[in-house]
Write a protein that binds this ligand. Structure first.
Ligand code: NAD
Length: 459
């Protein structure tokens, strides 16, 4: 009897162990982890990469739609930059860009209208920088080809669409030791730069949480009938993909403030999307219930929310919504142990010991003057005159050329490009799996602790 009792206890204990183990296995399985290959022998990281100074930066602009044409205009005002080649598959876009150069008394550029014109451009040996403003699918292919042909790269956002593309950028930049910067202009907006300065000077104490977003009603831009994007490229993404398909505008400034891969790194994320309502409602109203647009099944849920946890235990929330009728917002919220700042929906700063309410507008403006970032102090006035999203586009272009001319590390490196773009596929996987945690790859392969703060270098 006693033996039977002991056997029973052993059996129950083993069953419990099994149950606990199987629970653990379940938990372990419920996290997607991407395989990270070792850095190939001889390949170096490119943290704070410095390259030979370039006196006159000879550049090619590829993609001359809404964004690329704006870049051509802005570069007319940037000393030390020379546009030598222009490329787009729409000949009128190339012609308009060429005329913009001539109107500004700049030399004529060589023009390319073939769909593979970008390859011919990258193969030239008289170009230093390839500036990519096409639709998303070409960003990584052009960037990789350009670096392989000894060119520095600046690419519109997002730099990559998949984790595989992120690794292609990182590996090519490390292998070739060329710069690869994502053109995240929102990092250079005035409030974002001031809050970066405030954070680096300790005004908010230890930053424990940040929020960013891309909330922008772009419904009309998707349709050819309303004069939108070339070949309706953005609509194709809404048809195919859920998750956060455009994370970098809200995320980039927060990542710099929170020193991502400069002392901290992203650990994992979870992501949830609501269903799709907005595009169908819009398409029905604009094109009729029976139109193809109204009958299309759009994969993209209206509102996506992603939360990242960092290695140091901090959190970042990012939202994406481009199909709802609502006011624009990138949120830009920073919350620390001593203070708080946010830009949307209401610009405000709150500081200890009275952080339960915002500073008055006068007090905030005074603080923003006191903590204005040295870079916006230097070029802010000119940036506002030239324009481009209120000046931030000009500051970004100015900084890119300034750093290349002075052989300085760029403000945004290839790891920023990979990390901020990686949210796309990582969020898509999490969304497909009911918000399952997904591990964020360490694109620096262990070099995330090499420096401990973000630096925008000056001479
Ligand atoms: N940073 C920002 O604030 C911001 C704002 C708007 C757009 N963007 C980004 O800029 C990029 C371009 O957006 P857009 O609004 O100018 O779109 P767009 O559709 O107006 O322009 C894309 C251009 O690429 C050209 N193109 C297509 N195939 C090509 C090829 N093989 N070679 C050369 N050119 C080719 C098209 O003809 C078109 O002129 C996108 O990645 C977008 O996400 C960034």
């Amino acid at each position: 009897m006693k033996r039977l009792f002991i056997l029973l206890i052993i059996a129950v204990t083993l069953t419990n162990c099994d149950f606990q183990n199987s629970n653990k296995t379940e938990l372990f399985k419920a996290q997607q982890v991407f395989k990270e290959d070792e850095r190939p022998i001889g390949q170096q990281d490119v943290i704070e990469l410095r390259c030979e100074p370039i006196d006159t930066v000879r550049m090619a602009i590829i993609g001359l739609g809404m964004r690329g044409s704006g870049a051509v205009y802005r570069y007319n005002f940037i000393e030390g930059a020379k546009i030598v080649a222009l490329c787009d598959v729409v000949p009128e876009n190339v012609e308009k860009a060429q005329n913009a150069l001539l109107d500004a008394d700049k030399p004529k550029a060589d023009v390319y209208t073939d769909s593979l014109g970008w390859q011919a451009i990258c193969e030239r040996d008289d170009i230093d920088l390839i500036y990519i403003c096409t639709h998303w699918d070409l960003h990584t292919p052009i960037a990789v080809y350009a670096m392989e042909h000894g060119k520095h790269v600046a690419t519109e956002v997002p730099a990559a669409l998949t984790i595989d593309e992120c690794w292609q950028l990182v590996n090519t930049a490390e292998k070739t030791q060329q710069h690869c910067m994502q053109l995240e202009n929102c990092n250079y907006d005035f409030f974002e730069m001031a809050t970066l300065n405030m954070a680096q000077k300790g005004l908010f104490g230890e930053i424990v949480h940040g929020e960013g977003a891309y909330i922008h009603d772009l419904r009309w831009l998707n349709f050819m009938e309303e004069g939108g994007y070339w070949n309706m490229w953005r609509l194709r993404h809404l048809e195919k993909e859920d998750g956060n398909t455009y994370p970098t505008h809200g995320f980039g400034p927060i990542c710099h403030i929170m020193n991502i891969h400069r002392g901290d790194k992203m650990d994992y994320l979870v992501s949830v999307s609501g269903n799709q309502f907005g595009m169908t409602a819009y398409a029905k109203e604009k094109f009729g219930e029976e139109s193809d647009y109204a009958k299309t099944e759009y994969a993209k849920g209206d509102i996506n929310t992603t939360i990242v946890k960092t290695n140091k235990g901090k959190t970042i929330m990012i939202q994406h919504d481009v199909t709802s009728p609502r006011p624009y917002s990138r949120i830009h919220m920073v919350s620390g142990t001593k203070g708080f700042a946010q830009k949307w929906p209401r610009k405000g700063i709150a500081l200890e010991p009275n952080a339960h309410s915002f500073l008055s507008d006068e007090e905030m403006e005074k603080l923003l003057v006191e903590y204005e970032h040295p870079i916006t102090k230097e070029v802010g006035k000119k940036a506002k005159e030239v324009g481009g999203h209120g000046g931030m586009d000009f500051i970004m272009d100015y900084r890119l050329i300034y750093c290349l001319r002075n052989g300085l590390p760029l403000d945004q490196d290839v790891y920023d490009a990979a990390e901020w773009s990686a949210i796309i596929e990582l969020s898509q996987i999490s969304v497909k799996n009911q918000g399952m945690p997904v591990k964020v790859p360490d694109f620096t392969r262990g070099a995330w602790n090499k420096v401990n703060t973000v630096t925008y270098f000056t001479k």
